[in-house]
Design a protein around this ligand. Structure first.
Ligand code: ADP
Length: 549
């Protein structure tokens, strides 16, 4: 797709300069544009800051007709419209909170014979609930003016993602109604299961997938124990390493944001807070002061996120446990978008895990933390808890490369030797020894098989370590031959062995939606081919463990 002999190649280059001021393309941009302009559906996985917007905005100005863009947040849309208007590209948006006459004006323009808009942004609920919009889209399509459909932040489609939105589920209707219009799904965050979900829900069966590495070589990662004096550590860290530089501190609750900002101001920093409970003007003002460097540090809930486009963020600190590895990758990814070195520090204690988990269980995350999570069903809850559990595993792991851990979550293999000591685990002075856990792995395979290959990772860990929980008794797994066979191992260690087995393809995580009650769970199944090799001794499973002195 990077071949230069497309009829529009010259025009792309000219317009890339003229409208966007770019002198070249970033990785994959040209390929994606060529594929969509050739009429293919595309699925784009590109890290935050990679330049996804250009991949649909440039085709929009190069061809006739209107590009429909579905985007989840009005603030994101406004930001895009502002950039487009600065670039003299006619664009409009429709959202539920506009008054009717405003909407009517836009719909009239869409209906006019020579509609001038190049892009029309809508929020997903507009697609789900506005017949009127649909009739206008159909009319555009009949007049051959519906050029392309773009689903931004496409991971919101999936219940497996960290940011599921119910209205996104209805977007499958777009491909059904307009099968010949090229569709683009864009996201900065998708695991394999999210990707499969998105492809299926949106009906992108023949799409071309573009993905690039999610590794961010300029970011340094560390997980630190969170103790009472954590605020002093943060103060010293900022004073010594990032004095007067921009940073974000993600906090658990609105209260924490305000308290932390106050403490940092007492230490002499220019800090402000940002959360969903503030009125919109106040929020915009904080964001603007931060963009202009009048404030350096923002203490925020995850409400501060999507659409943040400040290139010189030098540090992102998590003062509380992120809710998923995807979420963490995206939040920490707001650091160093200018490709210069930046630090990502995560403060962790087990208490925070319990705190987040109990809030998830009570379903009131939205109220108390301003998080954009939508808790709407048992299904969603079990996915969220599963995502949180993986995050816990990440924090508890003090041996494996942080990059490898994050990237394997996105189905990407990363050779830890390329980390070059830019994460805490790779730069630790502890010496590690290699431990052969092949025997343990084979026991786990036997256990999984004898339980019928229909249980989750945490259930398997519990049986292997000999738990006598109600759940285990209910399934009579306390009578399994290997119940308790791993009781000398820590939970984290068993989890590491299982994660490695998934990573090495000996086990796979199957998403089961077929349950009678409609619940979803992630179930570990055995990949016989790989396991046969393990049994025969052809391959062995080795993991790094700290040397015992
Ligand atoms: P994403 O949506 O993938 O997070 P954006 O589309 O917001 O990324 O782009 C991030 C930044 O990169 C923007 O400031 C944009 O202007 C810039 N950018 C995108 N493509 C190019 C390019 N080809 N050359 C230079 N800058 C670019």
């Amino acid at each position: 797709w990077s071949k230069r002999d497309f009829p529009w190649t010259k025009e792309l280059e000219v317009n890339n300069r003229r409208y966007f001021g770019n002198h070249s393309f970033r990785p994959n941009q040209r390929e994606i544009i060529n594929a969509t302009m050739s009429g293919h559906d595309v699925f784009v996985l590109m890290p935050t800051g990679g330049g996804k917007s250009l991949t649909y905005q440039l085709p929009a100005v190069c061809g006739p007709g209107v590009t429909l863009v579905v985007s989840p947040l009005v603030s994101l849309i406004m930001d895009q419209i502002m950039h487009l208007s600065e670039a003299n590209i006619p664009a409009a948006y429709l959202s539920g909170n506009m008054d009717w006459s405003e909407q009517q004006e836009i719909l009239n323009e869409l209906n006019s014979q020579y509609c001038t808009y190049k892009l029309l942004y809508v929020t997903p609920e507009k697609i789900a609930r506005s017949d009127y919009l649909f009739r206008n889209l159909e009319s555009l399509h009949r007049r051959e003016l519906l050029a392309r459909i773009v689903i931004d932040e496409a991971h919101c489609v999936s219940q497996w993602g960290h940011d599921f939105r119910l209205d996104y589920q209805g977007l499958g209707v777009l491909k059904q109604k307009f099968p010949t219009v090229p569709l683009m799904a864009l996201t900065a965050t998708a695991t394999l299961s999210v990707k499969e979900d998105v492809v299926q829900v949106l009906g992108l069966t023949k799409c071309i997938i573009f993905r690039q590495t999610f590794n961010r070589p300029n970011l340094r990662y560390a997980v630190l124990p969170k103790a009472k004096k954590c605020i002093e550590e943060i103060n010293n860290f900022i004073k010594e390493r990032h004095r007067d530089e921009s940073g974000i501190i993600y906090c658990f609750s609105r209260n924490d944001c305000e308290k932390l900002a106050e403490q940092l101001r007492e230490f002499g920093h220019k800090a402000a807070y940002y959360h969903a409970n503030m009125d919109p003007d106040e929020r915009t003002s904080v964001q603007r002061r931060w963009s202009k460097d009048e404030v350096n540090i923002i203490c925020a809930t995850v409400a501060f996120g999507m659409g943040i486009n400040k290139p010189d963020v030098r540090f992102v600190i998590h003062h509380s446990l992120p809710k998923s590895i995807e979420g963490y990758h995206q939040e920490s990814g707001r650091a160093g978008r200018d490709n210069l070195p930046a630090s990502c520090i995560l403060y962790y204690n087990y208490g925070d895990y319990i705190r987040v988990k109990s809030l998830l269980t009570q379903g009131n995350v939205e109220q108390s933390t301003g998080a954009r999570l939508t808790i709407n069903s048992g299904t969603q809850l079990s996915t969220n808890i599963d995502n949180l559990r993986r995050m816990l595993g990440y924090c508890q792991n003090d041996a494996d490369c942080r990059r490898s851990l994050q990237l394997s979550h996105f189905g990407e293999k990363f050779d830890a030797s390329s980390c070059k000591k830019t994460c805490d685990n790779c730069s630790r002075m502890v010496t590690y020894v290699e431990e052969d856990v092949t025997g343990r792995a084979l026991q786990l395979v036997q256990l999984i098989s004898s339980m019928g290959q229909s249980f989750s990772l945490s259930h398997i860990i519990d049986v292997y370590r000999g738990s006598m929980s109600q759940q285990i008794k209910k399934h009579m797994h306390d009578r399994q031959e290997l119940h308790g066979a791993g009781k000398s191992l820590s939970k984290g260690m068993v989890e590491r062995v299982l994660h490695r087995m998934v990573y090495d393809n000996m086990l796979r995580e199957d998403i089961s939606k077929s349950d009678l009650y409609g619940s979803i769970s992630s179930i570990l199944k055995v990949n016989e081919n790989q396991v046969t090799e393990l049994r025969s001794g052809k391959i062995r499973l080795i993991i790094k463990v700290p040397e015992k002195r």
